[in-house]
Ligand binder design. Structure first.
Ligand code: FES
Length: 151
């Protein structure tokens, strides 16, 4: 679909729910590539709304600017990304999201039990981490990191 109308920074900020300063920052961080009009004003493709929306949500999910830039590196800078372009980056990103979802599920499911962190502060710790046996597997909350109690 050919893009005709270019959008001003205020318009794209309003539609994405981002501050104008945030849009400028994402440009500085090479996450979006507006064109400059003769007046010097930034003009954005309508498809940049999708790109900036991806950036906004990925940041809300805790991805760093460097992570997001790495994911968006597969998209063309000088034209509207196609569905195929987005499919290419979504494959890699889907794997990362699945890993995070699994980690969050483990945290959700184990948060009220012993997480093998060494605090020995719960009654369950005596059963699942006697004398901090989990520490033998390494530092950190071992039962949130994939290890299982020796029971
Ligand atoms: S919760 Fe910290 S050792 Fe059990």
């Amino acid at each position: 679909m050919a893009e005709t109308a270019m959008l001003a920074i205020g318009t794209i900020a309003a539609r994405t729910g981002l501050a104008v300063s945030a849009v400028r920052y994402y440009e500085e961080e090479r996450l979006v590539f507006p064109v400059r009009a003769a007046s010097g004003h930034r003009h954005f493709r309508r498809s940049d709304i999708r790109r900036l929306s991806f950036v906004r949500i990925a940041q809300q999910l805790g991805f760093s600017i460097a992570d997001i830039r790495e994911q968006l590196r597969g998209l063309p800078e000088e034209r509207t990304p196609t569905k195929r372009d987005w499919e290419k980056i979504s494959t890699g990103f889907r794997r990362i999201l699945d890993e995070r979802i699994t980690a969050m599920e483990v945290l959700r499911d184990k948060l009220d039990g012993c997480i093998g962190c060494g605090c020995l502060s719960l009654d369950k710790c005596r059963l699942y981490n006697p004398d901090d046996a989990a520490h033998a597997k390494g530092s950190g909350p071992r039962y949130l990191m994939g290890d299982r109690p020796e029971t």
